[in-house]
Design a protein around this ligand. Structure first.
Ligand SMILES: [Zn+2]
Ligand SMILES: [Zn+2]
Length: 82
């Protein structure tokens, strides 16, 4: 099951479970669409993998399968790829 992390690792933007802006890689590194299409150029800075849109979890499922509240943030944020 997906963790559904609550924020973008780059800019700390809130990405709630019903967000349409959350993107994840295969390791579930989680970023917002702005960072993915901007500074990250569609490549995960942690593992080099590609991104997919994170599916939204229906509200009725969240009651028993709550989203993660542990915020993951890259120290120093994301650098522009060279
Ligand atoms: Zn971001
Ligand atoms: Zn990754």
């Amino acid at each position: 099951m997906l963790e559904m992390r609550p924020n973008c690792e780059c800019c700390d933007k809130d990405l709630p479970p019903d967000s349409t802006e959350a993107m994840i890689c295969t390791f579930e590194c989680t970023f917002c669409t702005d960072c993915v299409t901007g500074v990250l150029k569609n490549k995960c800075p942690n593992c080099g993998g590609e991104f997919a849109t994170r599916p939204r979890r229906p509200l009725e499922k969240l009651a028993n399968n709550p989203a993660s509240t542990r915020r993951v943030l890259k120290p120093g944020g994301c650098k522009q790829a060279a």
